[in-house]
Each structure stands twice: as structure tokens, then as C-alpha cells.
Design a protein around this ligand. Structure first.
Ligand code: PHE
Length: 454
């Protein structure tokens, strides 16, 4: 298998911010707070931290190793590492998962854009019933969500087409710091509200009575999703890392950033929700129905602060979504560019058109096509199920088995220690132990449990 001449990230900061950009997304700001709300607050967070340490970071390092060793798109990187055996299929599955997710991830990212627009034009200032009907009417509309999906994918295309350094790295270096600053501004505003301490207590005080096996499984699933594991993204980005990049340190830094953003999002949502007496466990609709009300009620009476906070929050959400969407897009773009031997521009164009088609189908399946069901699910739910509950655990599990049991440890060690220059041999043994035994067993456990088999 021939290795390819390819682009790379220009700096250490670029590596961290671009990969953290992939990890930080709707999962942190949208999914993490409501999962925490539904699973008992701080208990969930503690378990989540253990999942990141014991499973998330080792799996991320494994993808780093495969990507950087192969210096190629995910499918080819697995092919190079496996010597063209059947194990290469994991790479192809990763690419497919990344592509399928990018379609429906773009739909929800498009909703965020609509909410930037709606909050800017003052449409989110009505009463709770109005806000609820606003979301339902919008998400079921045949045109509007498709339009926003198109716009966010167009933005992604423009960045990706500009290449790794000029597109992905530049955009991440610009957007990630802005995202952090916006987060901090809103956290401060939210924590200063009356009764905010109740929300902070909810987030930080563990309630052991909520502990059960479902909380573990939810935390495990969330940690994988949040770190963008098993979808080809991490592997593809790592193929642009230099041979000097310290993979373990990068995985730790990226996980810390990812966790901090999720925690800060919690520090926005819970204090604001408690301050107006809203229950924060209202599921996925939290961000699009509950929150506009909460912002309006909590900040509304302080001049136009409610308006400003709402605009800032949805801008932040859209930027987080965009940096993740870029990484999903890059998985398929790198794949097509290298496997078809075409130009980057053309590959990016194909992927954009494909994602628009998938996104349109997903979006319509929530509106005009909502009665069309396969296996009793709308197409949107089917995509979510197939990618999140089937492919993600399968690819994650097989990647661990591949690295832990199949690839010669010498190759893994060389990548892990940067050819012996890092002197982190003792860490290597712990890493191998986790990847060989702990990760596959835990992933298998969630996989079987979600189908009621355990
Ligand atoms: N990690 C992203 C998030 O938290 C989601 C994502 C998954 C992005 C997989 C890319 C790949 O929202």
C-alpha cells in the first residue's frame, strides 16, 4: 500500500484546536446538559469523567495511532495498518458512519442557524406556548430547515475546500477562542441570576440514589459521542499530525477542553433554568423550546439582556456545530480525494451534495414524510439509531480489538512513544491494558444492554 504525499496541521495549537473543534459540538452544549438533567446531575458527571479517562482517551489514542501511522484517510489508514486484510473494513465503516452522521448533524446544525436568525429578529420573545409551537412548526416545515441545512453545509464546503491549514486549521483557530469567550460571558450572566445557586448545586452535588446501570451506559455513550470517536474524524485529523505530536498529551488536552465546554454549558443552562423554576430534564427539546423561554424570563426584564444572551448563545451553538461538521465532512472528502484520485475541490463538492441529499431526507422525515416509517422509526430516528447505536459501538469495539490484539505492539508502541523519544513506556502498558480488555468489554456491555440482551 503506497503512502500519500499530504497536507498537515501547521502548529501544535492548530492540532489541539482543530481536534477539540471536532469534539466540541452539539453533544456538549445540547446533549450533555439534558443527559445530566435526566441522569441525576453530579452523579452522572462523575461517572462521565471516569468513562473519559478509562475509555474515551484510550480509544482516541488508538485512532490517533492508526491515522498518524497511515498518513491517509480512515479507510486507507486501516488498510495500511492491517496489511490489506479484512480488518480494513472497519475503516470503511468509519467513513460511512461519518458520512451518514454528517447529513443529519447538518439538519440540527441548521436549526441552530435558524435560532440565531430568530433570536436576532426578536422572534423568540413570546410566551412559552408560542415558543413551543414555533419549534414544532419550524422543524416540520418542508422548506425552512432544508434551507438552513443547505446554508451550513455551504459554509462547511467553503472551509473544507480551502484545505487543512488554510481551511480547517484557520477556521478552528478563529472559532474556538470566540466560542470560549461567548461561553464565559453567558456563564457569568447565568450564574448571577437569583436562585442560580440551586442550579450550580444540582450540577455539583452528587445524588447517589440516582445511580443505576442506565446512568453508566448513558455516560459511556455520551463520552464516545462527545469525543467524536468511531466515526473516522479523529483518525482523519490525526493523519495530518506531525511525527512529533505527543498523542497522549493531545488526547488529554482535547478531552479536558471538551469536558470544560460541556460543564460550562451546564453552568449556563441549570442556573438559568432553576432561577425561573423550570425543570431541566426535559430531553432534547431543552435547547430549542425550554431555553428560549428561560432566557426570556430570566434576563428579559433586565433591559434587552434576554435578547443579547439568546443571540450569543445560538451563535455559540452554531459555531460549535460547524467545527464538528467540518470534521465529519473531512472524513469523506479525504476518502474521495485519495481513493478516487480526484481534486480536493471536487471531492468536497461531492460530499456536500451527498450530505445535502441525506440532510434533506432527514429533515423532511420530521415534517411532510413523518408518516413514512422503516422499522417503526422515521428516517431521522433511523439514522440516529443506525449510526449512534449500531455503527458507533461496532466500529469502536473493533478498533480496540484491532489495536489491542491484532496490530503488532511494536508498531503501536513506536507511534505511542514517537519512536521511543517520549519515554512514556509505563503509560504505554496501562494504555494497552485498557484497549485490550477494559474498552472492548465495556463497549460490548453497552451494545448488548441497549438491545435488552444483558
Ligand atoms: N463530538 C461532536 C459533538 O459533541 C459530535 C460528533 C460526533 C462530531 C462524531 C463529529 C463526529 O457534538
Amino acid at each position: 500500500m503506497t503512502k500519500l504525499e499530504r497536507a498537515s496541521f501547521g502548529s501544535k495549537l492548530g492540532v489541539i484546536l482543530a481536534t477539540a473543534g471536532s469534539a466540541v459540538g452539539l453533544g456538549n452544549i445540547w446533549r450533555f446538559p439534558y443527559m445530566t438533567g435526566q441522569n441525576g446531575g453530579a452523579v452522572f458527571i462523575i461517572i462521565y469523567v471516569f468513562c473519559i479517562l478509562l475509555l474515551g482517551i484510550p480509544c482516541m489514542i488508538s485512532e490517533f495511532i492508526i491515522g498518524r501511522h497511515g498518513q491517509a484517510n480512515t479507510a486507507r489508514a486501516f488498510r495500511i495498518m492491517s496489511g490489506d486484510t479484512i480488518w480494513s473494513l472497519i475503516g470503511y465503516m468509519g467513513v460511512l458512519t461519518g458520512f451518514l452522521i454528517s447529513g443529519y448533524y447538518a439538519v440540527v446544525s441548521g436549526w441552530c442557524l435558524e435560532y440565531v436568525w430568530a433570536s436576532l429578529s426578536g422572534k423568540l420573545l413570546g410566551n412559552p406556548d408560542y415558543i413551543q409551537s414555533y419549534f414544532v412548526t419550524f422543524s416540520q416545515d418542508p422548506i425552512k430547515p432544508v434551507f438552513w441545512t443547505f446554508i451550513i453545509l455551504l459554509g462547511t464546503y467553503i472551509i473544507i475546500e480551502n484545505g487543512v491549514r488554510n481551511g480547517i486549521e484557520k477556521a478552528s483557530k478563529l472559532m474556538m477562542p470566540i466560542l470560549f469567550i461567548l461561553l464565559l460571558i453567558i456563564v457569568v450572566a447565568s450564574c448571577m441570576l437569583p436562585n442560580a445557586e440551586k442550579g450550580i448545586e444540582f450540577l455539583f452535588k452528587p445524588d447517589i440514589s440516582k445511580l443505576n446501570s442506565d446512568v453508566f451506559l448513558a455516560a459511556l455513550g455520551q463520552s464516545f459521542y462527545s469525543l467524536s470517536i468511531a466515526m473516522g474524524c479523529i483518525c482523519t485529523y490525526a493523519s495530518y499530525y506531525s511525527k512529533q505530536t505527543n498523542l497522549t498529551a493531545s488526547a488529554v488536552n482535547i478531552s479536558i477542553i471538551d469536558f470544560l465546554v460541556a460543564l460550562l454549558a451546564g453552568l449556563i443552562i441549570f442556573p438559568a433554568a432553576f432561577s425561573v423554576g423550570v425543570n431541566p430534564d426535559s430531553g432534547p427539546s431543552l435547547i430549542f423550546i425550554t431555553l428560549p423561554n428561560v432566557f426570556h424570563q430570566a434576563f428579559g426584564n433586565i433591559a434587552s439582556l434576554g435578547y443579547i444572551i439568546s443571540v450569543l448563545f445560538y451563535t455559540l451553538l452554531s459555531m460549535a456545530a460547524l467545527t464538528s461538521l467540518m470534521s465529519l465532512h473531512e472524513v469523506s472528502t479525504a476518502f474521495l480525494e485519495e481513493e478516487l484520485g480526484t481534486t480536493r475541490k471536487r471531492a468536497a463538492m461531492f460530499v456536500t451534495i451527498g450530505s445535502i441529499l441525506v440532510g434533506t431526507v432527514c429533515s423532511l422525515s420530521l415534517g411532510p414524510w413523518q408518516d413514512f416509517k422503516l422499522f417503526d422509526m422515521t428516517i431521522f430516528d433511523l439514522f440516529d439509531f443506525v449510526t449512534g447505536q449500531l455503527f458507533l459501538p461496532i466500529v469502536g469495539f473493533l478498533t480496540c480489538i484491532f489495536i489491542g490484539w491484532y496490530v503488532p505492539h511494536k508498531i503501536v508502541r513506536d507511534e505511542f512513544t514517537n519512536m521511543g523519544t517520549l519515554r512514556n513506556e509505563h503509560l504505554f502498558h496501562s494504555y494497552i491494558f485498557l484497549v485490550k480488555y477494559v474498552c472492548p468489554i465495556c463497549i460490548l456491555f453497552i451494545f448488548l444492554h441497549q438491545f435488552g440482551l444483558l
